[in-house]
Structures are given as C-alpha cells and as structure tokens.
Design a protein around this ligand. Sequence first.
Ligand code: PHE
Length: 334
Amino acid sequence: TVEIEEFAPANAAQLEEYRIRFLGTKGIVKDLFEQFKAVSPEEKRVLGKVLNQFKQLAEAKYNEFKDGFESEGQNGAADIDLTLPGEGFAVGSRHPLSLVRNEIIDIFKRLGFVVAEGPEIEDDWHNFSALNFPEEHPARDMQDTFFIKKEAGNDIALRTHTSSVQVRMMEQGKPPFRAIMPGRVYRNEAISARAHCFFHQVEGLYIDENVSFADLKQTLFHFVTELYGEGTKVRFRPSYFPFTEPSAEMDISCTICKGSGCNMCKYTGWVEILGCGMVDPNVLENCGIDSKKYTGFAFGMGIERIANLKWVIRDLRLFSENDVRFLRQFKTEI
Ligand code: PHE
C-alpha cells in the first residue's frame, strides 16, 4: 500500500511498468484474489474488504496518471524538454518590384488616386485604336506586339502598355477620374540585361474640368520628391505619343551620382523615368467623354526602371529569375 501511495511516474513507460506489476494478468492484485479463494469463510469477510480497498487504491493511482500521459503521446512525451527553443520559420522577403509598386501606389493614394487594373490580354481597340494609334503605326508592328489572334479590325494581343486600362476606365465610368493602374506588359524583344519580353508599368490618369499641364508637372514633381527625396530635380523634354498632346518625357537628376556623372545616367546627370502628356481630345471622344468640357493628363512609367535607380540593378533578368541570393537582399525593406 505504501509503495502504491508513493508511486509518481515520470513518464508513460514507468506507468506501464506499474500497471503490469499491480494490475496486469500476472500482477499482484490478481494474485491476491487468486489466494483469496483458498481462505476460510470467516476470514473472507474481513480480508475481502481489505482486498477490495487495495484493488481500488491501485486502480485509482493508475487512472490518476493515465490521462496526463495519453495526451502527451505514447512514447513518454515527458522526456521532451519543453524549454528548448523552437525551430525558426523561414521568412521570405517581398519582391523588389512589389516594394517599388507599393511605394508608388502609396504616394499617389495620398493625392487621392485610386488603384485600377485591366486585363493583360487585350483587343486592338483598347491597346491601340481608342488610343489614337493610326492604322499603320509602327507600334502595332509584329516586331513589338505579341499577337494572339489576327483578325481584320479586331486583333487580340498581349497588352504592350498599361494605357489600355485608361481606355477601359474612361469607357466604364464618368469623369472625374483620378487613378493609377499598375500591371505587367509585354513586348516582343530578345531577352538581355537591358530588355525583356515583359516588364511592369504604372499608368496614371487624371481627368476633370480645367486640368492643365501645370497640374501634370506639379503632380509628377511631388511624386519624385516623395520617392527619391527632397532636392531631386526634374526636367521635361517634348516627345510624342499618339494618345497625348502635347507629350513629354520626364527626366530626373541621377539618383546615383547626384549629377556628378556615372554609368547609370551615361555621364549626363539625367535619367528618363516616364512618358506623359495631356490626354488627346480624340481619346476622350473615343471613350465617350466630352472633350470640350473635360481635360486631363496621363503618364506611364516602368517599375523596373524606378527600381534600378533605387538599387542599381544592372541586369533586368534578375527580376524574373527568382534567385534567392538576389531576392533575399530585400529582406530589410518593408
Ligand atoms: N504608354 C506609354 C509607353 O508605354 C507611356 C505613356 C503613358 C505616355 C501615358 C504618355 C501617357 O511608353
């Protein structure tokens, strides 16, 4: 009885030993009941009571520990040292293009721009015609565009720019519009360090009454100041896009050498970061918007280019190869 009372198993194995010793088919309890058969009837009355108490005590002890060990598993789980530190989870990092895209979105969101998206497989109308591309414009050429289906007047292709989303947005809603449209675009180029058959753009569109070129300049100036810091200079060069008039390309003072000359800016001190302009009235009319009442600006930039200027990434292919030695370096970025 004392042995049972003092018994305190440390694990399931010890408890099992105990069970076999006292409660097993060849155990002590069984044996005592066996011997009990041989005693006289008078003795049985006294002994029977004692024996039953002993059996209950042995069983109670077993039941007391049984549940605890069962929930810890069968192999003596108490052997596991719960104070040991656990194994760490491998945490990934955000892709540099996602980091830059999110940063661009955040800046424009604070100016009241919403985010919109459109399909990567587009028809001729949304990618070209509605955007005022003449029938014979070279950008429609097989050289640049991945066509999926050639059909007189209604080609289906992978979009070559996010400007197609502008058209979808203007067709579907009513002005004013103030949106940015990030997404992947495709061009038929041989893959090298400087070109890829796909890349990423962020398109911007602002249409309302009395929007002017001054609004365009101020918005984009604010944008680069937020992105690259106070003191970043901008300059606009006249350019041409079928869907904007006037059109411009915007350069910023080189973020790497700050104008003193480096590889990145080819020793000019300036790097081009986007195309922009006032939305051509033809485009507004193509999308069912009254071009007498509304004006607006649009711009489009390559996310890879913006990322290159941030981290000096010299090979575009790094962005799509998923080499963790590259990706891991962006762990500390948010
Ligand atoms: N879609 C043009 C491009 O891919 C960029 C652009 C967008 C220019 C909007 C002007 C206005 O080069």
